[in-house]
Design a protein around this ligand. Structure first.
Ligand code: UGY
Ligand code: MN
Length: 265
């Protein structure tokens, strides 16, 4: 019998919970199911729980979070950070996002790119909780290139492309692909059941991966990990990686990738 099939008693930890953990923290990657990621509170966010998924203490050169914003919560005042860019992606519920004189409803699939030093506000003025994926990265300027402009959009406005020629793959590049002003990508990666990527990748870029839909097996380092919606993976540079979707529906994850800058020596 599997642990979740054993009789459970309300108010007590689940039977068989000890020792059942899909999470792994290895030197060059981390696999994190949501249940183990504890609550943080942050000074600039009111009535908001932050679950910090990636941080320099883990080995990542960026920070990534799930924000759970209660009704009436969000940024206490317009917020900006010198030298740091932000990215937000709506997971569930509806918030309001304002930046540079523009404001918009921010629901599932909405996203925002906040250039370094730019003030924005993110508020939940509704009656239901809101969940948002957030990312912060120090901007790496490049000689002769301007800082990117702010973006407030929705994934439905971004075409699904497929440069691989492989059946069942789909890509949505949420930030303008190939625009060298940007030093990172945020890509929605779509897979039909069975449409795995054919080779184990090993590359200098780092990833923050948040599973949005479906399920599959993820190869990290030397091991396969079963993954499904709401799981998070940090992959450091040169972490061997491959995804093999399983199940009967599409799988989709949102992938952070640092790009467009030379190696710092
Ligand atoms: O673009 C990428 O690096 C991507 N294929 N990696 C991944 O999905 N783990
Ligand atoms: Mn990759």
């Amino acid at each position: 019998m599997r642990p979740h099939q054993l009789p459970q008693t309300a108010g007590r930890p689940a039977v068989g919970a000890i020792g059942h953990n899909r999470g792994v923290v290895a030197p060059n990657y981390a696999f994190m199911p949501p249940e183990g990621v504890l609550v943080s509170r942050l000074p600039h966010l009111d009535k908001t729980i932050a679950r910090i998924l990636a941080a320099p203490v883990l080995g990542a050169a960026f920070a990534q979070y799930v924000l759970e914003i209660a009704p009436g919560g969000g940024t206490r005042a317009p917020f900006a950070e010198d030298g740091i860019q932000h990215f937000y992606y709506g997971l569930s519920g509806e918030a309001a996002f304002a930046m540079g004189g523009t404001s918009a409803a921010f629901g599932e699939g909405s996203f925002a790119y906040v250039p370094p030093g730019t003030a924005f506000s993110l508020r939940n003025d509704g009656a239901e909780p809101v969940r948002i994926l957030a990312l912060r990265k120090r901007y790496a300027p490049a000689a002769g290139l301007a800082v990117p402009d702010p973006i407030l959009s929705h994934r439905d406005a971004v075409p699904v492309t497929n440069h691989t020629g492989m059946e069942g793959r789909g890509f949505q590049f949420l930030l303008p692909y190939g625009d060298l002003r940007f030093d990172f990508e945020m890509n929605l990666m779509w897979f039909k059941p069975g449409a795995y990527f054919p080779d184990v990748e090993t590359h200098v870029m780092e990833h923050g991966l948040y599973m949005l839909e479906g399920q599959g097996l993820y190869f990290l380092g030397r091991d396969w990990h079963e993954i499904w919606a709401q799981d998070f993976i940090w992959m450091g540079g040169y972490c061997p990686q491959q995804f093999y979707p399983t199940g009967f529906g599409d799988a989709c994850y949102l992938l952070y990738k640092n790009v467009n800058r030379d190696v710092i020596l």
